[in-house]
Design a protein around this ligand. Structure first.
Ligand code: 13P
Length: 251
């Protein structure tokens, strides 16, 4: 039985005061949820240390939105996995489509980041997803499996025992357009079946989150799908009440 997991990706939002308040509000509402659902949020790098110090429990796990693949060195402006692990972070998002598209990250670089996160004993949340053009060209499965295969080839199937996958169709991110529960389920099933070819056990245990305009109005239906194990939530995770409502759909 896979425990549901809901992760908020705060992206580049919030002042120090706002993110403190947001986490505090989420913590006070998290008591309404059972332990059956795991929850986490990923603030910007600059807010991590402050939130680690300010939080009142680890009920809401903390993660990062990105990482550099090397453990240290002359990489001006970058942050390494050991530095993040030092703050007790639970997970790190790798391969988000905004990193792939805006910052030009390659499948190869993403696989190196995935490995770096695991080396530092944190859990990578590996994002895959197709653009609208790719979906319209009927290439969705080919694209997400290619993105997944590069990481399987580099890290090995066993690495997926300690990782989370997220299917985020690029056309659904920040657009208000959600994949229908059936569309999302279809891709989640393809991803799981693909992993199962190499390890049925790992495929059965790995959590696959859906991301792309998740909100409380659509989360019930999405999380009811057999292969959707929770959500990676952008905009709707910036409001405590809305985020906790989404978490309740998974409870
Ligand atoms: P939205 O929920 O704002 O569409 O963002 C999804 C996302 O990119 C989460 O990583």
């Amino acid at each position: 039985m896979r425990r549901k997991l809901i992760v908020g990706n705060w992206k580049m939002h919030g002042s120090q005061q706002q993110v403190r308040q947001l986490l505090q509000d989420m913590e006070s509402k998290a008591g309404e949820l059972s332990e059956d659902v795991e929850i986490g949020v990923c603030p910007t790098y600059v807010h991590i240390a402050d939130l680690v110090a300010a939080r009142s429990s680890d009920r809401i796990m903390l993660g990062a939105q990105n990482v550099h693949a090397e453990p240290e060195g002359a990489f001006t402006g970058e942050v390494s996995a050991p530095m993040l692990a030092d703050y007790g972070l639970h997970f790190v998002i790798v391969g988000h489509s905004e990193r792939r598209e805006i910052f030009g990250e390659s499948d190869q670089l993403i696989s190196e980041k995935f490995i770096a996160v695991q080396k530092s004993k944190m859990v990578p949340i590996l994002c895959v997803g197709e653009t609208l053009l790719q979906r319209e060209a009927g290439e969705t499965e080919e694209v997400v499996l290619r993105q997944l295969d590069v990481v399987i080839d580099a890290a090995g199937i066993e690495a997926f025992a300690d990782s989370v996958l997220a299917y985020e169709p690029v056309w659904a991110i920040g657009t208000g357009k959600t994949a229908s529960p059936e569309q999302a389920q279809q891709v989640h099933k393809v991803l799981r079946e693909h992993l199962a070819k190499q390890s049925p056990d790992i495929a059965g245990a790995v959590r696959i989150l859906y991301g792309g305009s998740v909100k409380s109005a659509n989360s019930d239906e999405l999380f009811a799908q057999a292969d959707i194990d929770g959500g990676l939530v952008g905009g709707a995770s910036l409001q405590a009440e809305e985020f906790i409502s989404i978490c309740k759909s998974a409870d």
